[in-house]
Design a binder for this molecule. Structure first.
Ligand SMILES: CC(C)(COP(=O)(O)OP(=O)(O)OC[C@H]1O[C@@H](n2cnc3c(N)ncnc32)[C@H](O)[C@@H]1OP(=O)(O)O)[C@@H](O)C(=O)NCCC(=O)NCCS
Length: 182
């Protein structure tokens, strides 16, 4: 089951859920989420397919980038919490990304390692896809994934995405997965 706020994202208060699914709440990120994000950003295994782990300052920049995305695009990464307990699980949302000379809207997901393998990223990505197509009215969504990141490829495929092309980013080979509004 998927449920979204009737507002467009820009009018939502910081605490209001943007999206609810059976098990998850996706809500706007706040500066006070820093300690949650540090759990993911300081974990070398979670950051294996990123340039490096992130310092506290880099995590603060990430939050600033997210808040700018909310203002500019009315969307960005959201904090994923377990609906039943409010426990922090990770981040998932829609952000602008360069896919080789063009900016496209990407479904991105990063979850705390303690929560991997429970289907949360897939549940969140499916809800973001629905929200992106119905509430934000995007015609296409992508996910840019390191070719070795098999868990992420699995999530993209379970969200209905298909491999579209290959890109090179900072010396890494990346697949662009995509799906168009049906
Ligand atoms: C990618 C990530 C978000 C997946 O989160 P998750 O909540 O564990 O994802 P799900 O449980 O919904 O699904 C993961 C799927 O990948 C599969 N998988 C995991 N590791 C795998 C591997 N090494 N090879 C193949 N499949 C793998 C799982 O079996 C599962 O599929 P299944 O449900 O059919 O068994 C999580 O691993 C993560 O946060 N990684 C670090 C950040 C990251 O790399 N983000 C993606 C950037 S593009």
């Amino acid at each position: 089951m998927y449920e979204s706020s009737s507002e467009d994202g820009r009018g939502l208060s910081m605490a209001a859920p943007v999206i609810k699914t059976d098990r998850l709440i996706l809500r706007k990120m706040k500066r006070t989420d820093l300690s949650h994000l540090i759990e993911i950003f300081s974990d070398p295994e979670a950051m294996r397919f990123y340039r490096s782990t992130k310092t506290k300052e880099q995590a603060e920049d990430w939050i600033s980038w997210t808040l700018r995305n909310y203002r500019t695009y009315g969307t960005g990464l959201w904090i994923a919490e377990e609906k039943a307990s409010g426990r922090f699980l990770g981040q998932c949302g829609i952000t602008p990304q360069d896919t080789g000379g063009v900016t496209e809207m990407e479904i991105g997901y990063l979850f705390a390692r303690r929560e991997w393998g429970k289907g949360y990223a897939t549940e969140a990505a499916l809800a973001c896809k629905e929200y992106g197509f119905t509430s934000l009215n995007y015609s296409k969504l992508v996910s840019i994934i390191n070719v070795h990141n098999l868990a992420s490829i699995c999530v993209a495929e379970k969200a209905g995405m298909k491999k579209e092309k290959t890109l090179h980013r900072a010396g890494n080979k990346m697949y662009v997965y995509s799906i168009s509004k049906g």
